[in-house]
Design a protein around this ligand. Structure first.
Ligand SMILES: Cc1ncc(COP(=O)(O)O)c(C=O)c1O
Length: 371
């Protein structure tokens, strides 16, 4: 398979570990192994006893039980653990799609969600999120209009990377009805789930639709990207079996220490999510003040859920981001890595040093006579 460069990952590979101030990150504040083990009495001793042999292809039962607990109608047998979410995207697309199939993908979004399909030889229609007065908007009627006889898969990502748009309960229901009526599968990337500002618990697509796959991960809402533990959840048995067999050609199975730590983290999932949501809420308050002060320079798109937002600057965005990085060491992600025009940039809200980063951005604007 020939596949195009992953522009966002190429960008981060260049700057993520050299720029001193990260204001673009999509994951929440992480922690040390020591901090994670301290969540539970006796966990540190048990971790030392972790057996370093191969693990089950599907993921250990204890881990799958914890993950299944996140869903209304799924059991551990419906969960297939992967190494990160990225592996699962690659596996699902390869198992589901054939050259010549048509896929519909929400846009903008994380590139692998449509690039793998394109590399397989599928044609692609974008279901566009649109800039509204007060933020991003989705139109499910437009989605219905994109369906063709050869449409095989609808791909959604909610909360969305990069816009922070969250499909509401009604929109989810309509998407499922459209897909069911046309006999089309849904791949729903829900890696930012768990960070709803209103406390509303929206259903996973795998709970709503028998022919849906929901993608989850420890990286984002839980802030544990270094574990590289992701999963798919689906009630479609045939697809599940095919994906498990496809994984034999990828990583075969996950890492035993990571599975142990992910299981522990999920036992304390609500408190980890509450900690990260608190960080985001505090950062959003800072952000509201900042963008109110600089209203003419930016289109402020407050996210609906999750740790990222996609704002617009009234200036050439690539120059803006690279000048800011060089002058202040602050990393913002230009919308061009999403192939998205119009001077948008991604901002991350999940880190504790958000306020410091925003202060440096403020300084930069003042020095350039922009704010
Ligand atoms: C929407 C989306 N899906 C999948 C991934 C991949 O997650 P992971 O790095 O845990 O494999 C990311 C990472 O940024 C993402 O934003």
């Amino acid at each position: 398979m020939k596949i195009a460069d992953f522009k966002l990952e190429v960008f981060f590979n260049q700057y993520e570990f050299s720029a001193p101030h990260l204001l673009a990150q999509s994951d929440c504040e992480s922690m040390t192994v020591r901090e994670l083990l301290a969540l539970e009495e006796g966990a540190a001793e048990k971790f030392q006893e972790c057996w370093l042999g191969y693990t089950e292809v599907e993921g250990g039962l204890a881990l799958r039980r914890e993950i299944a607990g996140l869903y209304e109608s799924l059991g551990p047998e419906d969960i297939l653990v992967h190494v990160g979410a990225q592996e699962a995207i690659f596996a699902d697309m390869n198992v589901v799609l054939e050259p010549g199939d048509h896929v519909i993908c929400q846009f903008p979004t994380y590139q692998s969600l449509y690039e793998v399909a394109r590399a397989i030889g599928c044609s692609l229609s974008r279901w566009e999120l649109r800039q509204g007065e007060g933020g991003w908007q989705a139109d499910v009627d437009e989605l219905a209009g994109l369906i063709r006889p050869e449409t095989r898969l609808i791909i959604v990502n909610s909360p969305n990377n990069p816009t922070g748009y969250e499909l509401n309960a009604e929109e989810r229901q309509v998407i499922v009805e459209i897909a069911r009526k046309a006999g089309i599968a849904v791949f729903s990337d829900e890696v930012y789930k768990g960070l709803a500002y209103t406390g509303e618990r929206l259903p996973w697509f795998a709970d709503l639709y028998e022919n849906a796959v929901s993608l989850g991960v420890m990286s984002k809402a839980y802030g544990l990207a270094g574990l590289r533990v992701g999963w798919v959840a689906t009630r479609n048995r045939e697809l599940y079996e095919k994906m498990a067999r496809f994984k034999h050609y990828l990583t075969i199975c996950g890492s035993a220490p990571s599975e142990f730590l992910a299981t522990l983290a999920l036992r304390h999932g609500p408190s980890l999510l509450a900690r990260n949501l608190e960080i985001i809420q505090a950062n959003l308050e800072e952000s509201d003040r900042f963008f109110a002060q600089h209203a003419p320079l930016f289109q402020y798109n407050r996210p609906l859920a999750g740790p990222i937002a996609f704002h617009r600057v009234n200036a050439p965005v690539e120059d803006f981001c690279s000048d800011l990085r060089k002058a202040k060491g602050v990393l913002l992600l230009p919308g061009s890595v999403y192939d998205y025009p119009g001077n948008y940039f991604r901002m991350g809200y999940g880190r504790r040093d958000f306020r410091t980063c925003l202060g440096l951005l403020q300084e930069y604007l003042a020095e350039r006579g922009l704010g």
